[in-house]
Design a protein around this ligand. Structure first.
Ligand code: ZN
Length: 86
């Protein structure tokens, strides 16, 4: 009887952070949310800051991304939702 050799696990490439699609890397979102011009541009072009999907809200983020914001990011985003660029 032969020992069954363990197959080496297939090498998976490390998961890339959000951002390679042209969006903002998640860890920099909070910085970006403090730059009204960048947010305004995302709203104007209708490209989510994070995932570049169309249909952004006033904060420059799509509904899906907004659902994943942490408290700090959510607060920053809400200033735009309430009172955009004013
Ligand atoms: Zn998004």
């Amino acid at each position: 009887m032969r020992n069954v050799l363990r197959r080496p696990l297939p090498e998976e490439p490390p998961k890339k952070p959000v951002g390679d699609n042209g969006g903002v890397p998640r860890e920099r979102l909070i910085e970006v949310l403090k730059m009204p011009k960048v947010v305004a541009n995302a709203v104007k072009t209708q490209r989510c800051l994070l995932c570049r999907s169309p249909e952004t809200g006033k904060s420059g983020l799509c509904r899906i991304c907004r659902a994943y914001l942490n408290e700090t990011e959510s607060e920053a985003a809400q200033t735009y939702e309430r009172d955009p660029f004013g």
